[in-house]
Design a protein around this ligand. Sequence first.
Ligand code: ATP
Length: 327
Amino acid sequence: MTREIRRLGVLTSGGDAPGMNAAIRAVVRACVHHGIKPYGIREGYKGLIDGQIEPMNARSVANIINQGGTLLKSARSQAFRTPEGRQTAFENFRSADLDALVVIGGDGSFTGATLFEKEFGIPVVGIPGTIDNDIFGTDYTIGYDTALNTVIEAVDKIRDTATSHNRLFFVEVMGRDAGFIALNSGIGCGAEEILIPEADRGIDHLIKSLERSDRTGKTSSIVLVAEGGKDGGAFEIAKTLEAKLPDYEARVTVLGHIQRGGRPSCFDRVLASRLGVAAVKTLMAGNSCVMVGVRNNAVALTPFAEAISKHNAIDDELLEVADIVSI
Ligand code: ATP
């Protein structure tokens, strides 16, 4: 089955992520390539409700592949969570005479898109854009690789001062429910310990590890902490540890929003370009309510229902590697 699309809307929703611009560019240019008129919807679902819908063309996405953030801006919209809000969004969608929608965002954005499709029959395809890499059905989300590189660059700098002063540093990274950033960047920057929600072994394990390091002559250590662990964030953990091991002088750095910004890595630009092109093709092929992702380096479709409800498991092999290489 194929679907005729004359006019297509694209929006970015939820937290911004580096590479979203590259995805917008790819969607717009794929539309032009296929003879579809592209429209940009500003500020996510909020803009759909406010009627911020503008025509785009191949030139309106020039010089953005290298920029972080999102040209279309992103927002969180409470109103879109209500049937009235979605009704207004639909009326604006129809007034702009759009036939289909591409949503670049996370699982919340896909939940909203699912309702929009169910209530009004609007064909919609999602592109996973979030630094957390926590969406089922794709090996990588747009922005994750850039965020990892940002973290290791920052931690490399912290290591310089940690080594100079024989200090213990706790570095908190994003990942409220998912430890992918902490685990992978932790291995990449040679962290002593990595504390993630999915495999939280508690403070006692951390203490054992630090004591072992002491015995083997390590003079400084860096511990990566995902923000959503059961023992709290980096500040809480540092405090608990200092209470138990008074000889340790712990320092804390919370990387915060710098993880969201910056120029997208080549990996994210290529991923975003592939998924943008795939999203338009997927709509043209008659699909809806699916996310385009990559699995084993091939484009793969996942129904929104699965992308939203299932979760990627942490790779045990990576946990083992982290343990072995940190001795
Ligand atoms: P991130 O992973 O960066 O948080 P996200 O897409 O999960 O991205 P959310 O804030 O959860 O971010 O969702 C983005 C927007 O999607 C919300 O502001 C809201 O407008 C819409 N949305 C989320 N959940 C629902 C829902 N249950 N019903 C309708 N709309 C929703």
